[in-house]
Design a protein around this ligand. Structure first.
Ligand code: SAM
Length: 217
């Protein structure tokens, strides 16, 4: 991410927007269940708010330099895992919900967004929900904060198709201004389409042991 984008992601203004409008809008009709995974927490501003809604929270971030900040911001309440959402270091069916807040457009390598959706499907329990918010392609083109970033905008219809191809059902998209929210459910029956090369299940990240920090680089 560009310098300006990194600054914005940790700003008070962004935190306020997440808290007052974006996350209430996203989470108003999402059942998070007992264990939520947030992919791409960045500096942790979104996770700090999500944990107020979640029963249990794990975050997965690929930028190692963000881990110390995540630890101090989320200390003792969240399991922080280093890793890539396109090959998640979790066993299958471990989470009741997966959240992606302004991450999809950063997954720019060809094929990676599809892999991230497949991985989200795999780590969700049957009946679990994938939900997120992203910027519309038109908004991304206007945003100076992305100058110098590699981004891959995705539009709603394309994402709906990709969610279906990953095995999800009840996929839905809702637009609001420069953002859209999406959600999709892993069917109660059926199996994941892909299996990772290696999976390891972090033991016990329920309520009792959420202070653990797991770096998997
Ligand atoms: C725009 S920031 C959003 C941060 C936070 N969710 C928020 O809304 O404030 C995108 C974050 O996603 C992370 N990210 C992008 N691709 C990822 C991947 N494949 N696996 C894990 N994290 C990823 C980036 O490193 C960055 O921290």
């Amino acid at each position: 991410m560009s310098f300006h984008h990194r600054l914005y992601c940790r700003s008070k203004a962004w935190g306020q927007k997440l808290q007052d409008t974006i996350l209430p809008w996203l989470l108003s009709d999402v059942e998070l269940g007992s264990m939520t995974l947030e992919v791409g927490p960045g500096p942790g501003v979104s996770a700090e708010i999500i944990r107020r809604y979640a029963n249990g929270l794990v975050v997965l971030e690929r930028q190692l330099r963000l881990l110390p900040g995540l630890r101090s911001r989320l200390d003792g309440t969240t399991l922080i895992v280093a890793g890539d959402a396109v090959a998640m270091p979790f066993g299958s069916a471990e989470f009741t919900s997966v959240l992606s807040i302004m991450v999809l457009h950063h997954v720019w390598r060809p094929g990676d967004r599809e892999r991230m959706l497949q991985e989200s499907f795999r780590v969700l329990k049957p009946g679990g929900i994938l939900a997120g918010v992203d910027a519309t392609p038109a908004a991304l083109r206007r945003r100076l904060v992305h100058l110098g970033d590699r981004v891959s905008p995705v539009d709603g219809p394309k994402l709906l198709t990709e969610l279906g191809e990953a095995g999800f059902e009840r996929a839905a998209i809702h637009n609001r201004g420069s953002k859209f929210k999406f959600s999709a459910t892993r069917p109660e029956t059926g199996c994941a389409m892909t299996a990772p090369a290696t999976t390891a299940s972090p033991p016990g990240y329920g309520r009792q042991s959420r202070s653990a920090v797991r770096d998997r680089s």
